[in-house]
Design a protein around this ligand. Structure first.
Ligand code: NDP
Length: 453
């Protein structure tokens, strides 16, 4: 059988681009890639990158206030959304161009259009052209999910925030996960009056309970009106914005409503039925440890597989796929002990490994934890306390989990993750001399367990 290419990648996000570049640039495969929107995918165009830049933008208000306590004479600063947005647009253009030149440099042929499956070895482009490929990689990512309820057509999602022409004065954020907490925090920091609804009892379900409480406390302390146990019943458009009827019976008008109620894999109208692939219960492409689907020539990586929906994981999956198929270096991605961070502010949540609850269910543990006002904020009169917590296996002494709620917790957890991934014990942490004065030094000076369970 002759093929036009060795690999056809559908989707130009983190996983697809990495796979294409490694397959073509390092392993000499003939590779084509189709992307229907902008190169870079969710992370670069409407996710991690613009979100983090908004986190930085929104952190200045607190920094200006803190600066006064340190003796700076700061005039009341104002924020100009369009100045930021123009610079953000330019930065995303730059990054997209870098992605394109990386692909071109590796020799990948890019098709700027939608592509769907025609059969196990054929991809149909929106132009009508078909391409025969020895292997096909599905890397189409995910999209925001908005529940079907009256008025849902009026809401914004995280995709829309970066393209607003003006910041609304009042916003309702719905959801209690990564995206809801981050955007509630960001918009609040940019001066928007934010209300956040979460249907459950505490935000960030699945994270360590103390960390969740601490993040909730600081979200509230920073000015967000967080309402747990509350959801939207219906919405109607009004001249002033959106009138929201909530499950507690209240009716409130918000200039905008942002839904952050999860994401679903992009598998609709992809031609899966033509190759006999049935998506999983959440619409995901089901794959094995090699990212291979039930059709041997078709693989899938990243959010479309709904494994761990994080950029670095998608990149690893794409890289491992390319090394396995084209580089004669077969390897599976290790999905165990993946650290992550929720970029709320002033305190982020950095986390790796088991929560206290999960560890407790698995066997005897010791919990080491501390909570304190960091020097910098304490000097400025900020009363918020950071939290550091280690979950230790009572038998092996291995650190099973680490949870940090603090400024720059994302940076800290990345380094703690190396030790924990290596199997460090509590005693290994203790043997490590502190860097003083820092917040992170507390991780190596936790002397007595606060709980044994
Ligand atoms: P999450 O799955 O993290 O959170 C979804 C939230 O919406 C939960 O609080 C959930 O409540 C709630 N929810 C779900 N369905 C409904 C509904 N029908 N009505 C009301 N509330 C609902 O999704 P996100 O959208 O926040 O993020 C998606 C993924 O993207 C994350 O899981 C993560 O993998 C990735 N991401 C990572 C980031 C990072 O690394 N910093 C940042 C942003 C996203 P409940 O808890 O009750 O189910």
């Amino acid at each position: 059988m002759t093929f036009d290419v060795d690999l056809f990648v559908i989707g130009g996000g983190s996983g697809g681009v990495r796979a294409a570049r490694i397959a073509a640039g390092e392993h000499g495969a003939r590779v084509a890639l189709a992307e229907e929107y902008r190169m870079g995918g969710t992370c670069v165009i409407r996710g991690c990158v613009p979100k983090k830049l908004m986190v930085y933008a929104s952190s200045y208000l607190g920094a200006f206030e803190e600066a006064r306590a340190y003796g700076w004479n700061v005039q009341t600063p104002t924020f100009d959304w369009m100045t930021f947005r123009h610079r953000l647009d330019a930065e995303l253009d730059r990054l997209e161009a870098a992605y394109r030149s990386g692909l071109a440099g590796a020799g990948v042929r890019v098709h700027d259009c939608r592509a769907t499956l025609e059969d196990a070895h054929t991809v149909r482009l929106a132009t009508g052209e078909t391409v025969r490929a020895k292997h096909i990689l599905l890397a189409t990512g995910g999209r925001p999910f908005v529940p079907d309820l009256p008025g849902a057509e009026h809401v914004l999602t995280s995709n829309d925030i970066f393209k607003l022409d003006a910041l609304p004065k009042t916003v309702l954020v719905v959801g209690g996960g990564f995206i809801a907490c981050e955007f509630a925090s960001i918009l609040n920091g940019l001066g928007v009056k934010v209300t956040q609804f979460y249907r459950g009892t505490q935000i960030l379900r699945g994270f360590d309970h103390e960390a969740r409480d601490r993040v909730a406390d600081q979200i509230i302390a920073s000015g967000v009106s967080l309402k747990c146990g509350t959801d939207v019943s219906a919405m109607t458009k009004t001249p002033q914005g959106i009138r929201v009827i909530s499950t507690d019976g209240a009716e409130t008008n918000y200039e905008a409503v942002v839904y952050a109620t999860g994401r679903v894999p992009n598998t609709q109208a992809m031609g899966l039925e033509k190759v006999g692939l049935a998506p999983g219960p959440r619409g995901e492409i089901c794959v094995d440890g090699w990212s291979q689907t039930a059709v041997p020539s078709i693989y899938a990586v990243g959010d479309v597989t709904d494994r761990i929906n994080l950029t670095p994981v998608a990149i690893r999956e794409g890289h491992a796929f390319a090394d396995t198929i084209f580089g004669a270096r077969p390897r599976k991605v290790d999905h165990d002990l993946v650290a992550s961070a929720v970029f709320t502010h002033p305190f982020e949540l950095g986390t790796i490994g088991l929560t206290e609850e999960d560890a407790r269910a698995a066997g005897p543990i010791e919990v080491y934890a501390t909570s304190f006002k960091p020097m910098r904020a304490a000097f400025a009169g900020n009363g918020q306390k950071v939290m550091m917590k280690l979950i230790v296996c009572a038998e092996t002494r291995r650190v099973l989990g680490c949870h940090i709620v603090a400024p720059e917790a994302g940076e800290m957890i990345q380094l703690a993750a190396i030790a924990i991934k290596m199997g460090a014990t509590k005693e290994d942490f203790d043997r490590t001399c502190a860097v003083h004065p820092t917040m992170a030094e507390e991780l190596v000076t936790l002397r007595k367990p606060v709980r044994v369970a």
